[in-house]
Design a protein around this ligand. Structure first.
Ligand code: BDR
Ligand code: CA
Length: 317
């Protein structure tokens, strides 16, 4: 079993990622923590509770975390992508969970779950990295309890929210820099360059909808989201960013990664939130004398149809 914690801002693709974890028998879902992002914290938390209720997971503790980034005010939300409530306006159609929030905050829940875990835990952050930066800053002694952090975020070649930046990293670049450049925890970054290539089409969504009640409900949450991607990609494609990262967390090696030092642009100019990946050879880094030691495994490739089939097979079960 893979003990796993999700840090999330649901979010339509977050919904697919949560569903994928719930539907995977090898996952021991220890907890879910929420963060601002696609919509505000109150709504992301409500959505997370309801998505777990859809999968009958009353047992999974949920705690709310940051409602704003670490350093600078950042009012931008992604309602134009995910709808006013984060789930294409259909959050109310999901069952309400009888078990409410845990009596604690996200960072405390993350820390206590790690502390109690019998084996190292995989953390899957699929929203802004604020809670995770705080966890690592406040509880450095717990890093040994983390098996991997598998993050959806970043863009190597052109962003989605600005010309160069991807939404999760741009929403809190200082937090992203802390996690990606300053910490020594084994980390996989799944950037949008790959998640876009893993986009699913109408026939994939139709097959999921036909698979049963939960599949039909998940697909019903995509109406606003699909329309956004139809316009932005200009083709029949829906990008399930967060579910692609979750697939790697569940099945290590499903995505092909390359180790590289990363940095995050934290200035206030046009490059804010951009990832700077050092793709030079080790020899070139050494020779220049200007290098960073820590590397992150960046997922840049995969057998795209295998990833799509993995997601469909699990979500259809
Ligand atoms: C990321 O931003 C959010 O809108 C999605 O949920 C995903 O986590 C993609 O850039
Ligand atoms: Ca997300």
């Amino acid at each position: 079993m893979t003990p796993l914690i999700i840090d999330t801002d649901p979010g339509v693709d977050d919904a697919f990622a949560i569903a994928l974890a719930c539907a995977s028998p090898e996952v021991d879902l220890l907890g879910v923590t929420t963060v601002f992002g696609n919509v505000g914290l109150a709504m992301t938390t409500r959505n997370a509770l309801r998505l777990l209720a859809l999968y009958g997971r009353e047992d999974v503790p949920v705690a709310a975390g940051a409602d704003r980034p670490l350093v600078f005010p950042h009012p931008h939300r992604a309602r134009y992508v995910h709808g006013q409530d984060g789930l294409s306006g259909l959050s109310d159609s999901l069952p309400e969970r009888a078990t409410g929030l845990a009596n604690t905050d996200a960072v405390s829940l993350l820390a206590s779950l790690l502390d109690r875990a019998a084996q190292p835990v995989t953390i899957v952050p699929i929203g802004p990295l604020t809670n995770i930066a705080l966890l690592l800053a406040v509880h450095p002694s717990l890093t040994g309890k983390i098996a991997r952090i598998v993050i959806m975020g970043g863009a190597m070649n052109g962003g989605n929210v600005t010309a160069g930046a991807e939404f999760n990293v741009w929403s809190d670049p200082e937090a992203a820099r802390r996690v990606l450049a300053e910490e020594e925890v084994p980390t996989v970054l799944v950037p949008m360059d790959l998640t876009v290539r893993c986009a699913v089409d109408t026939s994939w969504l139709d097959r999921l909808a036909a698979s049963g009640e939960r599949g039909r409900t998940l697909v019903s949450l995509t109406s606003v989201y699909r329309e956004h991607y139809r316009k932005s990609l200009g083709r029949d494609g829906t990008v399930l960013h967060d579910a692609v990262a979750m697939a790697e967390a569940i099945s290590p090696g499903l995505l092909k990664t390359s180790p590289m030092p990363l940095d995050v642009e934290c200035g206030q100019g046009a490059g804010r939130g951009m990832i700077i990946a050092d793709r030079r050879s080790t020899a070139a880094r050494e020779e220049s004398g200007v290098r960073r030691g820590r590397t992150v495994d960046v997922a840049l490739d995969a057998e795209l149809d295998t990833v799509r089939e993995f997601m469909l097979e699990r979500l259809s079960s």
